[in-house]
Every structure is written in structure tokens, then in C-alpha cells.
Design a protein around this ligand. Structure first.
Ligand code: SF4
Ligand code: SF4
Length: 354
């Protein structure tokens, strides 16, 4: 039976994290092979500092990296951030200090690797920025955060970072406003990447309007499993999401979440977790009504007055071409907008609300 370790951990003290990780490995039967070539895949959405809770905390990465180095592994780290280079995001997030001090190697996720899969989404081919097959082991290190489109970003969503930067928008566009299609795409990509273990950094997490500009909150939780579908489902319940999110619903429908056991390392109580404002709109409605009223029901991205710095990042990441700036005033075309909220996710100023 699959196991998920969930426990209280309210510090980024590396020694205590390593103790927690080793204890968890024993429970879920995870073994590190000496001299293996290993890729650490943190959440590296953008070059924001650790206190913003946008990325996996540098010391969380350091603790795992030290364990691998203790086993003489060849350790790489990488991700495909939203709009910056991997190196810039590593620098500004504080993770590059860990890379340098521990002698890790950076994978820039700049390749174009075509992977075919007969999965659960309508699509059979994905272009990745890095080839998972280059590594003996992939370690998935997500952050516990809310996500405007999908409700939360946890273990399964974290592997979407393998998608080549320019391809990400294309997948949003293909899924359109349909969260369940996007969930099936996320699941297919996760199944291509197949991380050996997922270890979730929820010590300092994010609620509210994540994944970039929500509220950083001390949640004091770490979760670990060989099965990210089960881990995500358990964490959704832990933070009080009232019903399963799209990725979990899809995973259940394809028997990816079956019998499991939760190993309790002192599970903390999490109160008043704020879900994104986009998630409380349309779940209870019949499908036919949702289709008709979607443009009215699903929240629109809007500009917060006086906060826009005119960097145009939102225009460049919008997969639908729904943002323009005639006369330097940002305009949204809601007939084109597919409500992916990439603009809100990527705006470095937090100038877009939903
Ligand atoms: S809304 Fe944000 S991303 Fe868009 S132009 Fe303004 S500051 Fe840049
Ligand atoms: S305007 Fe924002 S929410 Fe709408 S399609 Fe573009 S990026 Fe997505």
C-alpha cells in the first residue's frame, strides 16, 4: 500500500530537515543509490526571495542536496521558470548560493525533448525542456501554494515545470478554460517525468491568490511520498479544501489514487486557509449551465490601479493574446481570455487581481 508521510516541521534548520527526511525515507521505503545521477526539481517560478514563499525554500533544497552528496551522488538542479532564465531565477531566489556552496550542477531546461505518451489527456506528444531519462532519479520538491487556475500547486503541478518555457502557454491555450483538460495534461506530464519521490515544502506556504502574489504563511508542514497524486489529495484535505481539486478528481477517475496509509509525524492543524477567489465560483453547477454562463461565472483578471509598471510580461505570457496596451494602458479582451491566470501568476508587481 502507498504511504504518505505528513508531519509538523516549523524550521528550515538543515540538520532537523535531514533528520525528518531520513525518518520519512524509512517509512516510504525510499533508498538513495550511491553515485547516482540525480535531478532536484524545486518550484522555481520566479526570482522571488524565500520570505515570499513563491519558490521551494533554499534551505529545504540544501537539506536534500546534502543527503544526496553524502551518498556521493552527482547532483543537478533545474526548472523552467515563468519568464526568466533558470540561472536568473536561481540567483534571485537565493538557491544559487546553495548551488555554489554545495557544488551542484545547474540544468537550464533549455532543450526541446519530444516525449510521446498514450496517457489520459487528448494529446500524445509533449516537448520538455529537459529529458528525465538523463537522470537515474528525479526528486520532486514542490512548494505548498494556492493556484488561481487549479486551486493549488503541489506535487503533480510542480512537474509542469519540465515543459519547455515557450510551450507552457501553448498548453494553456489548448486546454482553454477547461480545468479538467488541463488537469489531464498535468497528469500526463507528471507520468512522463515520474519522480522517484515528492517532498513538499509547506513550512512557509502560501494561501490566498497564489501562486505568486498570495499570502506567505507559516504552515509548519512537510509531506513526503513516492506517489504525488496521493500526497496532493491528502494535502488538499489537510488545508481544508472542501472538495477534491481537478487534478485529484482526474487522478481518482484513472485509479491513480487508491488505498493509501498516512504516516503521522505530528500532523499540524491548519486553520483558515484561504483558497483562491477563483475557486469558489462554479463547482456545484451542472455542466450545461457552466458552459452557458462561464464568461460570467469564472473570475476575470483585472488590473490593480496604480501598481502596473508597464513591463509587458503579462502580455508576453498571455497564451490567448488577450492583453494589449494601446497608449500604454493595459487592456484585457475578455472574449479572448481563457482564464488561465498566467498574467496574474507572472506579474512581478502583483498588479493583476482575479
Ligand atoms: S500588469 Fe504586471 S506584468 Fe503586466 S505590464 Fe503591468 S507590471 Fe508588467
Ligand atoms: S488575460 Fe490573463 S487570464 Fe486571460 S488568457 Fe491572458 S493570461 Fe490568461
Amino acid at each position: 500500500m502507498e504511504k504518505v508521510v505528513i508531519g509538523k516541521c516549523d524550521t528550515y534548520d538543515v540538520k532537523r530537515l535531514k533528520e525528518f527526511f531520513y525518518k520519512g525515507f524509512r517509512e516510504i521505503d525510499f533508498n538513495i543509490r550511491s553515485h547516482a545521477r540525480v535531478l532536484l526539481k524545486p518550484n522555481l517560478l520566479s526570482g522571488k526571495p524565500p520570505e515570499k514563499a513563491v519558490n521551494t525554500h533554499p534551505l529545504f533544497v540544501k537539506a536534500f542536496a546534502e543527503i544526496l552528496l553524502d551518498h556521493s551522488c552527482d547532483v543537478y538542479i533545474g526548472d523552467s521558470p515563468g519568464y526568466e532564465s533558470t540561472e536568473k531565477a536561481l540567483n534571485n531566489s537565493g538557491i544559487m548560493d546553495i548551488v555554489k556552496s554545495n557544488g551542484l550542477k545547474v540544468s537550464s531546461f533549455k532543450h526541446k525533448i519530444i516525449k510521446k505518451i498514450d496517457g489520459i489527456s487528448p494529446y500524445k506528444e509533449f516537448v520538455l525542456g529537459e529529458d528525465p531519462a538523463h537522470y537515474d532519479t528525479i526528486i520532486n520538491l514542490p512548494k505548498l501554494k494556492t493556484h488561481a487556475m487549479m486551486g493549488m500547486t503541489l506535487g503533480v503541478k510542480n512537474t509542469f515545470g519540465f515543459i519547455h518555457a515557450l510551450e507552457k502557454a501553448r498548453w494553456h491555450l489548448r486546454a482553454g478554460k477547461d480545468r479538467m483538460i488541463f488537469a489531464s495534461i498535468l497528469i500526463d506530464i507528471h507520468n512522463i517525468v515520474r519522480p522517484s519521490i515528492t517532498v513538499l515544502d509547506g513550512i512557509l506556504g502560501m494561501d490566498g491568490d497564489g501562486p505568486s502574489n498570495g499570502r506567505a504563511r507559516s504552515l509548519g508542514v512537510v509531506a513526503m511520498s513516492n506517489n504525488a497524486f496521493i500526497l496532493d489529495y491528502c494535502v488538499e484535505k489537510l488545508v481544508g479544501i472542501p472538495s477534491p481539486l481537478p487534478v485529484s478528481i482526474k487522478a481518482m477517475g484513472y485509479d491513480l489514487i487508491e488505498d493509501y496509509e498516512v504516516v503521522d509525524f505530528g500532523i499540524p492543524a491548519i486553520d483558515s486557509f484561504r483558497i483562491p477567489g477563483t475557486m469558489d465560483t462554479d463547482w456545484a453547477l451542472p455542466k450545461c449551465v457552466k458552459g452557458i454562463l462561464r464568461n460570467l461565472l469564472v473570475k476575470k483578471p483585472k488590473l490593480k490601479k496604480g501598481m502596473c509598471k508597464g513591463c509587458n510580461i503579462c502580455m508576453n505570457v498571455c497564451p490567448a493574446g488577450a492583453i494589449s496596451s494601446p497608449e500604454k494602458v493595459l487592456l484585457f479582451d475578455y472574449t479572448k481570455c481563457i482564464r488561465c491566470y498566467c498574467c496574474q501568476e507572472m506579474c512581478p508587481e502583483g498588479a493583476i487581481r482575479v
